[in-house]
Design a protein around this ligand. Structure first.
Ligand code: DC
Length: 213
């Protein structure tokens, strides 16, 4: 059984997907972490993220694996490194590269072939797993998402203002929605959930109820 949970940054989809996977006792796949790992590899290489050919080569050569849900880039855990503001800033540029997408989609489908999975991202229901049994698109107003992201960043020691976080979020949304290849959009048969006024627990309950029915 494949369950896809797509949606924009700050929608709560990662937490929801992770908790749902625990509740159903199936694996969880964070595909955003895979795009972030390629973005990190690009930063480490010193190449420009706008250099499509170099980025394609980097993605081709990178070995990405999960070890018990910890992401490994070329054998090294990069769970913390992929969450820096520098990686976040270029991840949506790298994710627009069609060669990067082709490579990561292949890896994501290979994980799907290994058995039941809750997978989250932007294109999991629309492109990667069109035949998934359950598809959700989790969203929230830009203000609600910016507030959530800002709270997380402040808790992590960042001093970014809410206004800056909101602007960066909108820039990333725009790049993810308007790219030519696999833009962020709900699959035609996805259940769309607006979580602006819902807690994570409420969202997990709502999604789990639909699946368990
Ligand atoms: O969900 P996230 O913030 O970790 O995602 C990082 C970037 O990767 C984001 O700009 C969107 C992109 N992404 C994508 O294009 N397709 C996916 N399936 C997952 C993430």
């Amino acid at each position: 059984m494949i369950i896809t949970i797509d949606g924009p940054a700050g929608s709560g989809k990662s937490t929801v997907a992770k908790l749902l996977a625990q509740r159903l006792n199936v694996r969880f796949l964070d595909t955003g972490a895979m795009y972030r790992a390629i973005a990190l590899a690009v930063l480490q290489s010193g190449q420009e993220e706008s250099d499509a050919q170099s980025v394609a080569w980097i993605a081709h050569d990178a070995e990405i694996r999960f070890d018990d849900e910890t992401i490994l880039l070329n054998g090294e855990s990069v769970a913390a490194e992929i969450r820096t503001p520098e990686v976040t800033a270029i991840s949506s540029v790298v994710a627009a590269n069609p060669d990067v997408r082709t490579r990561l989609v292949e890896l994501q489908r290979a994980v799907g072939h290994q058995g039941s999975l809750v997978t989250e991202g932007r294109d999991q229901g629309s492109v990667v797993f069109p035949d998934a049994e359950f598809k959700f698109f989790v969203t929230a107003s830009v203000d609600a998402r910016a507030r959530r992201r800002h709270r997380e960043l402040i808790a992590g020691g960042s001093s970014l203002t809410l206004a800056t976080v909101r602007t960066q979020l909108q820039q990333r949304d725009a790049r993810d929605e308007n790219r030519e290849h696999a833009p962020m959009k709900p699959a035609a048969d996805a259940v769309i959930m607006d979580t602006s006024n819902m807690s994570i627990v409420q969202v997990v309950d709502a999604v789990a109820t639909l699946v368990e029915q």
